[in-house]
Design a protein around this ligand. Sequence first.
Ligand code: HEM
Length: 770
Amino acid sequence: MENQRCPVKDHGNSPTGCPISSQAAAFNPFEGPYQVDPGDALRWARENEPVFYSPEIGYWVVTRYEDVKAVFRDNILFSPAIALEKITPAPPEAMDILKKYGFDMRRTMVNEDEPDHMARRRLLLDDFLPENLAKHEPAVRKLARQYMDRFIERGEAELISEFFYEIPLTIALHFLGVPDEGAEQLRQFAVAHTLNTWGRPTPEEQLKITEKVGRFWKTANDILDDMIANPDGEGWMYETVRQHFKHPDIVTESYMRSMMMAILAAAHETTSNASANALWTLLNNRDAWDELCENPSLIPSAVEECLRVAGSIVAWRRITTDDTEINGVGIPKGGKLLIVQASANKDDRYWENPDEIDIYRDNAVDHMTFGYGAHQCMGKNIGRMEMRIFLEEFTRRLPHLRLLPGQSFENLPNTSFRGPDKLFVEWDPAQNPEKHDPSILEQSISFKIGAPIKDDILRRVVVQDILQLAPNVKGFVLADPRGKTLPKWTPGSHVDLVSGDIRRKYSLCGNQLNTESYVIAISLEEDGRGGSKHFHETLAVGDDVRIAGPRNHFKLDETAEHYQLVAGGIGITPILAMADRLKTLGKSYELHYCGHSRENLALLDRVMHDHGEALSLHISNEKTRLDLARHFADLSSGHQIYTCGPDRMLVQLEEMAEAWPEGTLHFEYFSSGSSGLDPSNEKSFELVLSDTDLTIQVAADETVYNALRSVGVDISVDCGEGLCGTCEASVLEGEIDHRDRVLSKAERAAGDRMMTCCSRAKGDRLILGL
Ligand code: HEM
């Protein structure tokens, strides 16, 4: 690598005279750890140097979740123009080869700037909407079954050539309206295109590759010429041709020609790789695979989790249009960025247990594998649909499938596309379930097209023990029915306990280090909505129940100087887990436990035993009630307050917090007090999505969240009641009718964000930063 000038002002020459770290200087995405696992390979960067300059490629590498998302979100400052540029410059002879084929690749959709990009995307979006994709489902299923029939009695197969390559290719061609071209030739073209654009071929290899790229261009353009001559066919490229005739200045000829080649690769290579990666990942995590075979309703969430940990696009590119900063690192105008989605997808600042494959992870949909914002993958729901059907057929017909031992994951060396070249599997055909139960061949599940539905992502647990923690409080010990460990959790985490149509949230309050079981405490509320009564009266040891989570919307900031923990009644549950953690960390804390009478305080023995020195009890009938106003009158700086308890206590503290520095008070509501939408009292309003450049109408009987989902915008939601903050969206314009219990008064007054599951517009229109 020649000694080039470092693009950081005043840094001298790179790499020797420049103060970039040795790890940044050594970073090479074409070989070594990045090729083995790009997310793991950049762990050091996420920790120590989240945005670094790589002299090897001449790009700034962006590794943390929030930074990657912010770059995707701003496609003006971070232009996509560079997305399909050759990362390894071509030798001059390559140009002569391309000329021979009339090669003229320019902007497509994915690398077009605004305003042209959005005008084009809007005209060509319809075929990709969830309601227009269902018609492709039967073809995917039919092909999956046909291809599987060919090898199911054999007991072994190489699934890339026998399944994962051809089916997505056939579906892609069908979707695009392209005649079924020779699969092997297209495969070679796609490999050449990947290496040419995102790889580091030697000059000799470049010439061979360029020849194939030239032929790819010519083949794609011949197909397009036929379509232009007879534009009435069915499929997205025919639609593109028709839109070209109607709007030649928006859907330009150059766009069509470039897009034809790009989409021939993008529409199937991505899905083939993602599907193979998913099977590889699951078969390497046998527990997850077995669980999926047992409970196929989890397939949509398993697909998202596989896209998170083993996506088929692991890094994408942008170029800055002005001097800027990312995470405090100055980037000059024209700075080239490699934004590593695979690294964002493993960032523990965003994800709980990011290295674990958890098919119950209900925010897996937030992965960056499809990109984000205005350019987010238009075909994501086709990819999801295919992956779900493939997993469904494999788990049902071949639950005893295994990876052939000893094979390694060989990938084309490149920065962005990832998938195994070969995937050898084996099984015992005598154990094929359809031999004993032919009805298996007829079965299928129809998953709703789009992001997974969170309410379906439920883990089966068994009630291992029931403890009487106070006269009105029962503790339930929940464990995996097969004795497997449960996911790790952090203080403040809760689970949703589900039985029949009753679903309630309870904080985890057991020993945080014990992943054999979870403990929740349920206080019987005679006048409540019936959940606690149901669980108290019906649950017995040995019963099966479902849980969602754990999730944490009440995280403990471990950097404060001193903590004041205030629990009211059953609010002790998350607070106790926090006290345990602070004690382990050796932090300074005090614990205030308030209640009406001593005998009704749940877990009191344990609280006294483990936290006696830090504990103050405030018991109303002993006249030791905590006077919040007096107690917090002179709050020292550096103190943080964590509280959970009855609404009146939280409301009082929230009011007092207005006088305290931002971030002093932390709390969590467990009920919204809202009774849902009453359409007779609501009005419809317009929603403008600035990042995605869409305008939609929110009906009087619809939430903003549901309106967003109906146009394919994936946004996480959790509680659905405005308690947790998961579905927050930034608001750029319009007055908000806040109905959540997450935002403080000051945050509401700022009017720049809302909870989409419950809050609405006061006026006729809101503009969201989505
Ligand atoms: C864009 C990933 C399947 C069509 C993208 C982008 C990524 C991506 C990372 C760029 C996003 C950005 O710049 O923000 C994937 C993955 C897939 C997949 C991982 C499969 C698992 C498909 C399929 C099609 C498709 C099946 C078409 C049939 C497109 C199009 C764009 C795009 C048209 C450009 C959107 C724009 O720039 O407005 N995809 N893709 N993708 N994808 Fe996909």
